[in-house]
Design a binder for this molecule. Sequence first.
Ligand code: SF4
Ligand code: SF4
Length: 151
Amino acid sequence: MADRTLSDSTCPETCKAICCRYIVKRISPPRVRLDWDELYWFLCHEKVAVYIEGRKWYLLVNVPCVHLTRAWRCRAYPERPDVCRMHDPGNCEFTGEVDFQDYMESPRDLIRLMEKRGISYRLPWLGRGSRPERTGPGTDRPVSGSAKRRA
Ligand code: SF4
Ligand code: SF4
C-alpha cells in the first residue's frame, strides 16, 4: 500500500494513502460504568475515534505514519511492517464497502449511542448540558471502508 510504483502494489493512483494516516487498535467492548467513562475520555481528545464493526470495538487515532511522503508514497516500502503488508487494497478504506455499525468521533456521538442502547450510568458528563462537541482539528472522518485490523 501507499507506493503504487512498486509492482506488488495494486493501489489505485487516485488514493492518497488513506490507510497510512491513522492507527487503529481493537479494544474490549464496554461492560461497566468505568469502561464508558474511559470511552468518553478517549473521545474528548482530538483526532481520536471509536467504532464498532460487528461485535468488535476499535480505537482509531488520526495520525499519519512518519514514512508517508507528501506525494502519498511510503518511503519505507520494502521494510514496512507486516500489518501494512496484510492490508488488502482490494477491500480497504478506498475500495471496500462501508461496514461500520457505529463510528463515534465526539463525546456527543458516544452519548447518542448510550441513549440508543438505554445505558444510563451515573456519570457526571451524562448530565444535562454537558455534551461537548469537538471543534478542533482532526475531526474529519478519514475512514470510509474497512480499516486495518490490529487485534
Ligand atoms: S487505502 Fe487502500 S488503495 Fe489506498 S493506499 Fe491504502 S490499501 Fe492502497
Ligand atoms: S510503513 Fe509505509 S505502508 Fe506502512 S503505514 Fe507507514 S507509510 Fe504506510
